[in-house]
Structure formats: structure tokens, C-alpha cells
Design a protein around this ligand. Structure first.
Ligand code: AMP
Length: 360
């Protein structure tokens, strides 16, 4: 059994080989840790910077056994880790953070919103949907239009569709593949914000200043941080984040996506039990970035300061936008992060750029 705090030289296991795993591995290396990645394909971008990589399906008992044997603690870089993988890791006796429970809650939009409401955190009103026949009555209660989303495995705006009226119910469910769903009341938000929060093994919670997020085609395009918000909105976000992390007995960094309503109230849209794209600004804008913070938390180290040192506009480099690396590298206020991915397919996140300005 691992002894926390982990000593430098210990090994942190990461399930998933994408850019979030890559940036976690870089942060871990800076603190003197080794990393072992379990990725489901050979060409993972996290493998390029990890100490060791195991390639295999996430449910593969043999691969998980190798991972558990090599790691002192295992964390995740994506939330759709198969539940069986987490169960096998637990059976093998390796500590995991965040917990299987936190992952299970975040993997199902109905379980997530039910948990949030029970914890005293406001969300949009919603109804679980098991068949097209349930959509009409739910629409009557929630108001039209409403947003139909798959309960599981939706990301970057995929697996969701607006429903305008009863007649459209069956077609709408068809558009999201007829899967178990949730119907959400439309949030009449003025802005989308997020708070990146961390909780250590000792229960301490630390929040970063909020980011203001802009999406295009369902994909995060830009985050501006610290967001210009009132002190009361900032305090509200911190209270919400602390409530969520504490109720889950969470260890690690979490992204909490928020809708800001015209009257200043914040609703939680969703929680991501991992480091988050809207927290990439912290890499160049904060004393300790979200990746180091996550590694500190899972390793049982004290959390670091979350103070902003600069105003940052983070822009994702999507598809062939990363081909402009030379121009970006020439911009004096820009910090360029490239993920080492091969083909620049449309919609694929290839990197991001943080443009820094002094805090006003
Ligand atoms: P999600 O996959 O839940 O993060 O949703 C992706 C995007 O869809 C969000 O960032 C919002 O822009 C929009 N969205 C999600 N849920 C709602 C809602 N209930 N009402 C209005 N817009 C929403």
C-alpha cells in the first residue's frame, strides 16, 4: 500500500494517453516523479513524455495488472474510464484518485445532476428519458425547447440535440442514437464560466480564479481568465466547488462548468473529474498550474497557491491551426503548447496558445 505523501521517485500511473495525460506527466516529472501511462493505442501523445507506457485496452486485466504493479497511485486523464477498469485496479490494491465513486457520478448525467442537487448545488431542471414516449410529458414540464443529451459518453457537444415539440420526440431520440437520455431545461445563460478546483488528501480545497469560456461547434475555443466577475459570484463559485469536492470526498483536480444567469446566479452544467481544458490558462497564468496541482493532490502533497500572475487568453489550436506554430512562436506574449499528435484531423485538439497580459 502506498504511503502518502509519495516521495519523489515514486511512480504515478495515468489511465489515458491524450494531451491531458501528457501535461500531467510533464508536471509529475518536474516534481521528481516517474509516470506510467496505460494507453489504448501505440501512438499516444502522453507516451512521448512518460517514463513508461503500457499499451492495451482499458478493460484488459493483464494491462491493468502491469499498471498496478508499476504505479504507487493511479489517476485518470479522461472520465469515461470503464467502470470495470477501476474495479480491477481496486482489487489489485492500488490506490486510485479520483475515486471510482466520483467517476461513476460524473459518467452519468442523471446521476450527476441528482448528486449535485442533493449536495445543495443548483442545476437546470431535468428529466431522465428511457423512451420517446417520455419526452412529450417531460417537455411540458420543463418547457420547450429543451436539450436532449445521452446520459453517458457525451463530450464536446456530441450526443445532444434540441427538441422543440412533441412531434419531434422520436426523431430527436433517433438523432442521439436512441440511447438512455436526459432532457434538460434550456439554461438562459449570459455567460459560460468554469472553476477549476482541487482537493488534497487532507481535505483542503483550493480554487483557481474563474475562466470565461467560448465554444464553437460544441468545442471549447477560448478561455479568458481571470474572468471579470463580481466578488459575490466568485464566492458563490468557490462555495459550489467546495461543496461538490467535499461531498465526493474527492482527491485531485476537477473542472466545474457553470452557467451564469442574468440575475447573477450560477448553475452547474457539468463536472469533469479531471484536469480540464478550460484550466490550461493556469499553465502560464498561475503560480502552480492545474496539472501540478493534480499531481500534488493525488500524491498527498500540500496543494500549491492558485493565485493568478497574469491575465490569460487561452485559445485551442484545432485541426490544421497548429500548422501556424512558427507565427505563434514569434508572438512575444504567446506561450505555445503543442501536443505532439500526428494527423491534424478537423476538430482534433492539436495544441493551445496562452496569450498573456499584465493583470489590471
Ligand atoms: P455539455 O456537453 O453538457 O457540456 O454541453 C455543451 C454545451 O452545450 C455547453 O457548453 C452549453 O453551451 C450548451 N448547453 C449544455 N446544456 C445546456 C442547457 N441545459 N441549456 C442551454 N445550453 C446548454
Amino acid at each position: 500500500m502506498a504511503d502518502f505523501p509519495l516521495k519523489p521517485g515514486s511512480t504515478i500511473g495515468i489511465l489515458g494517453g491524450g494531451q491531458l495525460g501528457r501535461m500531467m506527466a510533464l508536471a509529475a516529472a518536474r516534481l521528481g516523479f516517474r509516470t506510467v501511462i496505460l494507453a489504448d493505442h501505440e501512438e499516444s501523445c502522453a507516451a512521448q513524455v512518460a517514463s513508461q507506457t503500457i499499451v492495451g485496452p482499458y478493460e484488459d486485466r493483464f494491462a491493468l495488472k502491469q499498471l498496478a504493479g508499476a504505479a504507487d497511485v493511479v489517476t485518470y486523464e479522461f472520465e469515461n474510464v470503464p467502470a470495470v477498469a477501476v474495479k480491477i485496479l481496486a482489487e489489485l490494491g492500488v490506490p486510485t484518485a479520483p475515486s471510482a465513486h466520483a467517476l461513476a457520478v460524473a459518467q452519468d448525467r442523471v446521476a450527476e445532476k441528482t448528486f449535485l442537487n442533493t449536495a445543495g448545488v443548483a442545476t437546470v431542471d431535468f428529466e431522465p428519458i428511457h423512451s420517446a414516449a417520455e419526452i412529450g410529458p417531460a417537455l411540458d414540464r420543463l418547457g420547450a425547447p429543451a436539450l436532449l443529451k445521452t446520459r453517458r459518453e457525451g463530450y464536446d457537444g456530441k450526443g445532444q440535440t434540441w427538441v422543440d415539440n412533441h412531434a419531434e420526440a422520436a426523431a430527436a431520440l433517433g438523432r442521439i442514437g436512441g440511447k438512455p437520455a436526459i432532457l434538460e431545461a434550456a439554461a438562459d445563460f449570459v455567460r459560460e464560466l468554469s472553476v477549476i478546483a482541487a482537493r488534497g488528501r487532507d481535505g483542503e480545497v483550493a480554487c483557481y480564479p474563474l475562466g470565461e469560456n467560448h465554444h464553437e461547434g460544441g468545442i471549447l475555443r477560448r478561455t479568458s481568465a481571470p474572468a471579470k466577475i463580481s466578488a459575490s459570484a466568485a464566492a458563490q463559485a468557490e462555495t459550489v466547488a467546495a461543496r461538490i469536492l467535499t461531498a465526493l470526498d474527492y482527491v485531485g483536480v476537477m473542472g466545474v462548468e457553470l452557467f451564469e444567469l442574468a440575475d447573477g446566479r450560477l448553475l452547474v452544467n457539468e463536472i469533469a473529474p479531471r484536469v480540464h481544458n478550460s484550466g490550461h490558462w493556469t499553465l502560464d497564468g498561475c503560480e502552480v498550474d492545474q496539472f501540478e496541482q493534480h499531481i500534488r493532490a493525488v500524491a498527498g502533497w500540500p496543494l500549491g497557491p492558485t493565485t493568478a500572475l497574469a491575465r490569460v487568453e487561452m485559445t485551442n489550436l484545432i485541426g490544421d491551426e497548429a500548422d501556424h506554430w512558427k507565427n505563434l512562436a514569434g508572438e512575444q506574449e504567446a506561450r505555445v503548447w503543442l501536443y505532439g499528435k500526428g494527423a491534424a484531423r478537423p476538430g482534433r485538439k492539436m495544441g493551445h496558445v496562452n496569450r498573456l497580459r499584465p493583470l489590471d
